[in-house]
Design a protein around this ligand. Structure first.
Ligand code: CAO
Length: 444
């Protein structure tokens, strides 16, 4: 079997070009057009393919070498037939030249200085369909967010459906190697599935240097914000959310609440609409138990809870915390108001223990003390619904043939559509609104 030499082809005016990756090793069987090495100038990256099929006997260069046209890359043993074909058309070196020459537009195009300034992130296509990223992609300019990888690695990633922007490169200057792509795929396949979701592919955000556009100040995120941010993100992308809006007429409830407030002020208890909302939500959870439930870890069963613990979102200077009020069904409005005051104070003083935030069945997020008309709260998984409350306001309501002024409370119920249907959600808010409109129902 003849052993043939493969040399660096004509690469334009470039000399001492960096070999950034060696893609074959002795003993490898290569097909014609399989990449052997990857070269990189300051403007482009390109693979040098084998011009014929065969078995690699020896690689004559290694990553980090600098090469010019004519440098020996490898010795490849070819079959008689392949060798005959390649020698009939040209000498070995010429055959290589011709082959690689077809890939030259990537390199030659990039070598033109006008292209570098005019189109920093242009992709130059080589004849085998691989692409070279031309200029700027590892310099944080217009190519921000683009992965640094050779054409062969790009092709490999494309074949596996991997978005290179998400792969962390372990090579020189953060270059993504074939091993990096393989590790990425292995790790993606080992992610847990089921109720927790998984395998979600989204493009990475570009790293933007904001100081280029004006003065900035960098503030580290608090620990709470980092933890809640990760959880909110997971819940937002893994749960199919729908938000049902409604209004409750709380005119009568407010008269009673203000009266109670007057009576209990001396005891230091402040009764806000939230205490009534906890009680009314508890009633609705009892009537519609699928809201007082969670999907199990496999996503195959609904676990319906026989207790009613409700979390309350508390805004603290360090971020959002959700302490849980236990056994709401066993507590009266004044007791709930007292507990609300205590846990929100402890949250703001950073005195909550982990156990205070566990075991919730449903959450209420009230922004009514601040304002707003409606919002779309994010479900606090593994719960399946969350009630958002905005600021009440006087509105003209048409009753018995005339408009009357009523105090209306906006409700926004986000629910997990895998567990709850739209009809059930609106039944829940209608029931909640009826209960708040006539709080005598809470005594039933
Ligand atoms: N409409 C009109 N007024 C309302 C109201 C509503 N829906 N809800 C509360 N109020 C009033 C209260 O009666 C109180 O009035 P007074 O001071 O005149 O007595 C005032 O607004 C302030 O109430 P509050 O906010 O101190 O008390 P609260 O029981 O309503 O809420 C707490 C307690 C801890 C939930 C709240 O302070 C808080 O942190 N809310 C933010 C929650 C949050 O950030 N959610 C977003 C999650 S998603 O990012």
């Amino acid at each position: 079997m003849p052993v043939k030499q493969i040399m660096v082809p004509d690469i334009g005016n470039f000399k001492d070009v960096d070999v950034i990756e060696v893609l074959a090793k002795p003993g490898d069987t290569v097909r014609a057009e399989d990449a052997l090495i990857t070269l990189e100038t300051d403007k482009a990256t390109m693979d040098v393919p084998s011009p014929f099929a065969g078995v690699v006997k020896e690689m004559k260069i290694k990553a980090g070498d600098k090469v010019s046209q004519g440098a020996l890359i490898a010795l490849v043993e070819t079959s008689e037939e392949t060798a005959a074909k390649s020698t009939t058309s040209a000498s070995a070196a010429n055959a290589v030249s011709a082959d690689v020459g077809r890939a030259m537009p990537a390199m030659a195009g990039a070598a033109r200085p006008t292209e570098k300034t005019a189109a920093p992130a242009t992709q130059a296509h080589s004849p085998d369909g691989t692409t070279s990223q031309v200029a700027g992609y590892d310099k944080g300019g217009a190519g921000e967010g683009l992965a640094h990888a050779s054409p062969s690695v790009r092709r490999f990633a494309r074949e596996l459906g991997v978005d290179l922007a998400q792969v962390k490169g372990s090579g020189e200057k953060g270059r993504v190697t074939k091993d990096d792509v393989q590790s990425f795929v292995k790790s993606a396949l080992s992610q847990p599935r089921g109720a927790a979701g998984g395998g979600l592919q989204v493009a990475a955000l570009p790293a933007v240097d904001f100081a280029r556009f004006g003065p900035i100040e960098t503030r580290p995120l608090s620990r709470i914000r980092k933890i809640s941010g990760a959880n909110l993100h997971r819940n937002w992308v893994t749960i199919p959310h729908v938000t049902q809006f409604d209004e409750a007429d709380i005119t009568d409830m407010e008269v009673f609440r203000k009266q109670l407030n007057g009576e209990y002020a001396a005891q230091g208890v402040k009764i806000t609409p939230l205490a009534f909302l906890l009680k009314a939500a508890m009633e609705a959870l009892q009537k519609y138990p699928e809201f007082n439930a969670s999907l199990d870890a496999g996503g195959e069963n609904l676990v319906v809870k026989k207790y009613i613990h409700i979390g309350v979102a508390v805004d603290t200077p360090d971020g959002l915390m959700v302490p849980v009020i236990r056994d709401v069904d066993q507590k009266g409005i004044v007791e709930l108001a007292r507990e609300l005051g205590e846990i929100s104070a402890r949250a703001r003083e950073k005195k909550l223990a982990a156990a205070d935030m566990q075991g919730g069945c449903f959450t209420i997020s009230s922004l009514g003390g601040i304002g707003g008309t409606a919002f779309t709260p994010i479900i606090n998984a593994p719960e399946v619904a969350i009630l958002g409350v905005s600021r009440s306001g006087m509105k003209p309501v048409y009753q018995n043939g005339e408009f009357v002024p009523r105090l209306m409370l906006p409700l926004s119920l986000s629910y997990d559509h895998r567990v709850i249907d739209g009809a059930a959600a609106v039944r829940f808010t209608v029931y909640l609104a009826q209960t708040l409109a006539d709080i005598r129902r809470l005594a039933l």
